[in-house]
Design a protein around this ligand. Structure first.
Ligand code: APR
Ligand code: ZN
Length: 374
């Protein structure tokens, strides 16, 4: 029985910037008031975890990465009412506190209690629940799912349907809302419309699925890794562009292909350059440019000011604009009812202790999503 006790288990630690993760024995303290301890079942490797490990999203070292997680509640702290031991849950990289200015507004979802930008690496009370060899280990995004057990605030976890397949459902914690949600919920892609998706990784693939499900007539996929093209085509991409093989800027190519520019452009890479290309690819009048990729802290882009006044929209979207605690269980239910198919978004599954192999596959550009199983 682990109730009220510190648990010793396996976790991945990023000790310093840009080093490879090490698998270590860690101590995970019991949850304090308003917190939940989770036994992880599956976790995906997301571009944002890679950004965090590389220092592109600045976190405090040493930390335990991971945010796209599914697990079972092991124990709860005082006052926790929305989950109980034994519940199947998803971790939430963006919490929903229901009290802050962001949560109280019907639009948007970037709860003030988030711990991404900036990141403290600590729980809401300013302390950590992890130690390794006597040293304090920081949390990442208050989720730290690359661990057999993790502790998260109650606002960063949500109960899901007991019928959910736990070896796959973790992608509904990030990849599916971030990509599919950006297309269907945030942009509201319209039937017959034209779309361009920059980046055909996990998020880009989910965007393509959302565009296709919304009835887009043309979906142009852009990536520098042509290995991504066959899977992207299978998901609904109609035309593939590799910017490194073009003699002109990619936005010029997109404009030529569509006559004047696309109705919807999505950026899922996290580079200022591709964000500008996405903007310039948009229809002069009603084009909507959606920025999803997270870029380095000091990165800036500039747009020709004249291109703004004609009517285009620029919008940043995090997790498809879904209020996470309210909406993620509904996405799980939609999957169970065969309304969303998440299966093609998972290309690899490996045991957690093969994390290094999983990152090798990710860095080699071989994966859409690799899910680690505990
Ligand atoms: N031009 C075109 N494509 C590029 C470029 C570029 N300059 N640089 C990288 N890519 C492609 C990669 O080849 C890869 O297919 O972008 C894709 C990125 O996909 P992943 O690494 O799988 O990352 P993903 O999980 O999809 O996240 C993408 O969204 O959540 C954010 O922080 C995350 O910014 C990241 C982005
Ligand atoms: Zn993510």
């Amino acid at each position: 029985d682990t109730l009220g006790k510190t648990i010793t288990c396996l976790a991945a630690i990023a000790w310093k910037t840009n080093s490879s993760l090490s698998l270590e024995e860690v101590q995970v303290e019991p949850p304090k008031a308003g917190e939940v301890r989770i036994k992880m079942i599956s976790t995906g490797i997301c571009g944002s975890d890679d950004h965090a490990i590389k220092g592109i999203i600045p976190l405090k070292y040493p930390f335990i990465p991971g945010h796209e997680g599914a697990g079972i509640v092991e124990s709860i702290g005082e006052g926790v009412s929305s989950v109980k031991p034994g519940d199947k849950v998803l971790t939430l990289i963006v919490p929903q506190c229901r009290e802050c200015s962001a949560c109280l507004n019907p639009k948007g979802n970037f709860c003030e209690k988030q711990d991404i930008l900036p990141s403290s690496g600590l729980m809401l009370d300013g302390t950590s629940r992890f130690t390794c060899k006597g040293e304090k280990i920081y949390h990442s995004f208050r989720t730290s799912t690359f661990s057999e057990y993790t502790v998260v605030p109650e606002i960063s976890v949500v109960k899901i349907d007991a019928a959910a397949p736990m070896d796959k459902i973790c992608v509904i914690s990030c990849e599916v809302p971030t990509g599919y949600g950006a297309a269907v919920h945030s942009a509201k892609v319209t039937p017959g419309s034209t779309c361009v998706v920059f980046g055909l990784g996990g998020i880009g693939s989910a965007i393509v699925m959302g565009c296709k499900a919304s009835g887009a007539s043309r979906i142009i996929g852009v990536d520098i890794n042509e290995e991504k093209f066959p899977r992207a085509r299978a998901l609904g991409v109609t035309d593939c562009l590799n910017p490194s093989n073009l003699k002109k800027p990619v936005q010029e190519a997109v404009k030529e292909m569509t006559g004047i520019g696309v109705d919807f452009a999505f950026e899922a890479i996290g580079l200022a350059e591709t964000m500008v290309a996405a903007w310039d690819s948009c229809h002069v009048s009603h084009g909507v440019c959606i920025i999803i990729g997270v870029s380095p802290p000091n990165s800036k882009f500039s747009l020709s000011a004249q291109t703004v006044s004609t009517g285009r929209t620029l919008k940043g979207v995090c997790l498809g604009d879904y209020k996470t605690k309210d909406c993620f269980p509904q996405l799980v239910t939609a999957y169970l009812q065969n309304k969303i198919n998440i299966d093609p978004l998972i290309t690899h599954q490996l045991p957690f202790d093969q994390l290094h192999k999983a990152f090798e596959l990710y860095h080699a550009g071989k994966t859409i999503r690799c899910v680690l199983l505990f």
